[in-house]
Every structure is written in structure tokens, then in C-alpha cells.
Design a protein around this ligand. Structure first.
Ligand code: ADP
Ligand code: MG
Length: 293
């Protein structure tokens, strides 16, 4: 190995916004055949906004926003922050919950103005015997068919509304997926989000294989399962949630705008928040290897 070739490789890497931890990493870039992509914050911008409010009959829109907003204000999830800030902008100061519980990867629950309020995935409300009526179920399905996330809100034994939150697919993600295929990698979309939403996003960027409704702690198991099936896995992620999966992958790539924990767990850091940088990184590393050999 000539150290010069490595230097050239990593110098070019810095230009491309790709930071490679060490030369031993180059070898795994040659073997990877599968690239697992986290959805939120990786394929999409992760910047959520509240785009629709659907209230159940007899429930004032302002009450739905006050109670859901007050509760979500205590969650750090991007979905929660989108709901809380939109609610505050519309109804003013939000009530402070008397109790709050985060249900990892599923939603939140708490006591707001003496109501036990639940907000999150439909299953969470079903478990608490607050099924959606046909109006709310229709709103939820329509939102998901468009790739948007429906947050269901209930209290007092009834589902009270659906808050539709949307994220934007990065304009560069589809091109990145094309480049992964050209590099011989099979793209896989991995997310905690609902299957319908996940498939819609996958379709828009050209991914066929989708693994959805995976709890944050289980992402690492998905990577391990693919490896047991004989795949050599690269994983691109951004969140704290993604760190164990990035470490488990044969090649972990952290999106630069992501958290320090993710960057620490990964072998490669992508300074740009652009998924094409992952393809650049793999291409560059492979080319550098050829120069060395
Ligand atoms: P991702 O894998 O897309 O980053 P998460 O695992 O963090 O998503 O969450 C999975 C799903 O759980 C979300 O899509 C949402 O439906 C629900 N969820 C999680 N946290 C909240 C919250 N604070 N409020 C409402 N829904 C939530
Ligand atoms: Mg994420």
C-alpha cells in the first residue's frame, strides 16, 4: 500500500464532504452489496410540518390543538415539535401536562387539563380502546397514501382527531438511489414509520425493498438479520436511534447533520446532508483501493 494513494483518496474525500475514519475501512466498501437507508432525516429532510388537522365531530379544532400541542411540547421527536409549534402559533400558549410519558417509537401519553391524552400511532389508541370512527380512519388513510404521517389523538375513551405531519423527500435522494444501484448495491428503506407511508416514500425514490414499523431498538436486529442472510451491509443513518445499527453494519455512514452519537458509531461521516455523498464515499473508497493495489 502506498500511503500517497490513501492521502489522495482522503483529500478528495474532504473535497466531497466525506470523512473516512481510517484505511481499514476501504476494504469493506469493496464487499458491501446492500445499502440500508434510514427514512427520516436520511432519505427525507426530517423537518416536519403540520399540514392538516382533522377533528372528530363535536371536538373543536382549537381544543384538539391545545391538548395535543401541550402534550407534544414535552416530546423531542421532530413530529412532536412540528405539532407543538403549529398548535402554539394557532391557539396561543399551550397547557402544561401534569404527567408525561414517551412511548418510544409509538407516541406519547400524559395528563393535560385533567384529560388522559394519547397521541401517536393508531395501534396505541386501539390498545386503549379508542378506535377511529370512519371519518378519522378515512383521513388517516388518505394522509398515508400520500406518504404523510398521521398522528392520532384521543382522550376520554375516544379518538378525537388526526394530525397530519409531512416531511419532504430530499430532492437528491432519487438520484442517490440510482447511483447505489450502479455501484451494485441493493437499496433497502428502514423506518419506524407506518408501512403505507414507507412504501410511498420508497416508490418516489425508486426503492423496492421496505422494512417498516421497526422500533428504534430493533433497527440493529434488522441489520444483523440481513447479514445472517449473507448480505454485506452498508447503513446510512442520522439519529441517536441509528447508532447501534450503524455500528452493527459492515460499513456505517452517518449523515453529517446528524447527532454526535451516530457519527461516533459510523466509519464514514457525510458532511453534506445529501444522500449522493454516500455513493461518492463508496465510489471514492473503491477507487482509492484500486490505486493502492
Ligand atoms: P423513524 O424511524 O421514521 O425515525 P420513530 O421510530 O422515531 O421514526 O417513530 C416511529 C413512529 O412512531 C412515527 O412515525 C410516529 O408515527 C410515531 N411517533 C413517535 N413519536 C411520536 C410522538 N412524539 N408523537 C406522535 N407520534 C409519534
Ligand atoms: Mg431517523
Amino acid at each position: 500500500a502506498t500511503p500517497t494513494a490513501l492521502l489522495v483518496g482522503t483529500g478528495r474525500g474532504a473535497q466531497l464532504g466525506v470523512l473516512i475514519k481510517g484505511p481499514e475501512i476501504l476494504e469493506s466498501t469493496r464487499r458491501v452489496d446492500t445499502i440500508v437507508l434510514d427514512k427520516t432525516g436520511t432519505v427525507t429532510t426530517g423537518k416536519m410540518t403540520l399540514v392538516d388537522v382533522v377533528n372528530a365531530e363535536g371536538v373543536p379544532r382549537s381544543e384538539l390543538l391545545r391538548l395535543a400541542g401541550g402534550l407534544e411540547d414535552y416530546s423531542e421527536h421532530p413530529i412532536a415539535q412540528a405539532i407543538a409549534s403549529a398548535a402554539r402559533a394557532e391557539v396561543g400558549p399551550l397547557p402544561t401536562p401534569e404527567a408525561f410519558e414517551n412511548i418510544e417509537g409509538r407516541g406519547v401519553q400524559g395528563v393535560v387539563e385533567r384529560h388522559t391524552v394519547v397521541a401517536g400511532r393508531e395501534a396505541l389508541l386501539n390498545e386503549r380502546s379508542m378506535p377511529l370512527d370512519t371519518h378519522l380512519a378515512g383521513a388517516k388513510e388518505a394522509a398515508e397514501a400520500q406518504g404523510k404521517t398521521a398522528v392520532v389523538v384521543g382522550w376520554g375513551g375516544q379518538a378525537r382527531g388526526v394530525l397530519v405531519v409531512a416531511d419532504q423527500i430530499k430532492s437528491t435522494s432519487a438520484e442517490a438511489v440510482t447511483q447505489f444501484r450502479r455501484l451494485g448495491l441493493t437499496p433497502v428503506l428502514l423506518t419506524g414509520d407506518n408501512t403505507t407511508v414507507a412504501h410511498q416514500v420508497a416508490r418516489e425514490v425508486g426503492i423496492e425493498q421496505v422494512i417498516a414499523e421497526v422500533l428504534p431498538a430493533d433497527k440493529v436486529d434488522v441489520v444483523a438479520r440481513l447479514q445472517r442472510e449473507g448480505r454485506v451491509v452498508a447503513m446510512v443513518g442520522d439519529g441517536v436511534n441509528d447508532a447501534p445499527a450503524l455500528a452493527q453494519a459492515d460499513l456505517g455512514l452517518a449523515m453529517g447533520a446528524g447527532t454526535d452519537v451516530a457519527i461516533e458509531a459510523a466509519e464514514i461521516t457525510l458532511v453534506r446532508g445529501d444522500l449522493r455523498a454516500a455513493a461518492d464515499a463508496i465510489r471514492l473508497a473503491r477507487r482509492t483501493l484500486r490505486t493502492i493495489k
